[in-house]
Design a protein around this ligand. Sequence first.
Ligand code: ADP
Ligand code: GLC
Length: 478
Amino acid sequence: MPRKILFVTSEAYPLIKTGGLADISGSLPKALLDLGVDVRLIIPNYQAIKTTEEIYYKSTVRVNNIDANILETRLPGTQLLVWLVDCPEFFGFPGNPYVDEQGNAWGNSAERFSLFCRIAVEVAMNRGYLDWTPDIVHCNDWQSGLVPALLSLEANRPATVFTIHNLAYQGLFPKATWTSLNLPSRLWSSEGLEFNGMLSFIKGGLAYADRITTVSQTYAVEIQTAAFGYGLEGLLSYRKDDLTGIINGIDADQWNPETDPAISERFDILTLPKKQLNKMALQKQHALPVNNAVPVFVLISRLVEQKGIDLVLECLPEMLTLPLQFILLGKGEKSFEQQLSTFASRYPNKIAITLGYDEDLAHQLEAGADVFLMPSKFEPCGLNQLYSQRYGTVPIVRKTGGLADTVVDTLPETLGNKTATGFVFNQATSGSLMETIKRALIVYSQPEIWKQLQTNGMQKDYSWNNSAKEYMGLYEQL
Ligand code: ADP
Ligand code: GLC
């Protein structure tokens, strides 16, 4: 049975986070550790990494004429061992893993992540002076895509798993970048890293990993179609026997309304009425009229096309006429930020917008809201609909990817068999979203039914209990 796993990722909560990948990289390895697996995480040592744990120097490894240090630490508050790839010339700058402080994509992303991948390969082959050889290297998204490709050229290599968290981000670079990276020329072919004449990091995972996973069953099917595949659908259907969907779990300690230190009133199913106090705190904090009868809708998201922010913007004028309040926390595309701010400044009694990234506020919004909006165009898994259900907040989602797999629409039969947990719509149009918002308002006015939706969601087990075992099963096949 495979006992040693090297988990390769570009972000991991609480060290550094821009989105759901960090949540997963911070929680899945911990769950595997609890199942008795020797997991180690490897991640770049960005300047923005936050930790209270000690950091030790382990070794220096030279690849492609660049020296990188390997530093060792633990994931804060856990026993999970973390190796930081330290190379200040690439990672020693403020900003996040993908953009600088001004929000511009790093000009040298390909160089940064190819160095990271090469070092991960040295560690995987036990050439990093760490005296440890993994049975399996588990890579995540394009930033680690070169690892399976480079390992495919090694004799006696560990097996590789590549998880697609989001196929929309592929790490595509011009041919000239390929040349400058000095990677083994055998990897350059249409069956390899080349994609329409460009270098594709993600193809390194899709073409060379022994197994591919993605983060929901529905997304595993969707990415084999032209509508979701970005031209990679052919390769993905060719590899369909090696491709599985495993739904993400949540960190049930971090996202627990009974113990959450970020919220003002803790609660569970039995003390659900206390959720109101969190709602009132939210209304006060956002200078909205404090009124428990008016439902609070929230949205927490990267403000990008994927998340259906345009649909929300189209709905806002009509939402303003309805008995509801809307609070949004997000950061992303400037045009979305501007349009949202304009609405908020015109209608401060109905809408509050926080532009930025705020982990505590995200918890407070989940705790205090009545409804969570997630009208995504596509959503490989999505985590906030899961957090919402745990916090008695009813999600409105579009039927796609992991949203389709984790939210049960409110219908007579799903109310009858107590499976309804939210509201689901099909068409990615503002009309369908608006109709669903109105449907939610009608149900909100029937407190007994609303309470049933809340408790149905709160009773679900979205922890890693099941999914971590599915990964174990997959590792065992290898
Ligand atoms: P994605 O990874 O596509 O962004 P997910 O739903 O998987 O979407 O995960 C998003 C994660 O990032 C959640 O934990 C969510 O709470 C968090 N998040 C997104 N935007 C913000 C923000 N502006 N402030 C705080 N947390 C945020
Ligand atoms: C991606 C996806 C999101 C998923 C997350 C973690 O960022 O957009 O749907 O939940 O990865 O797997």
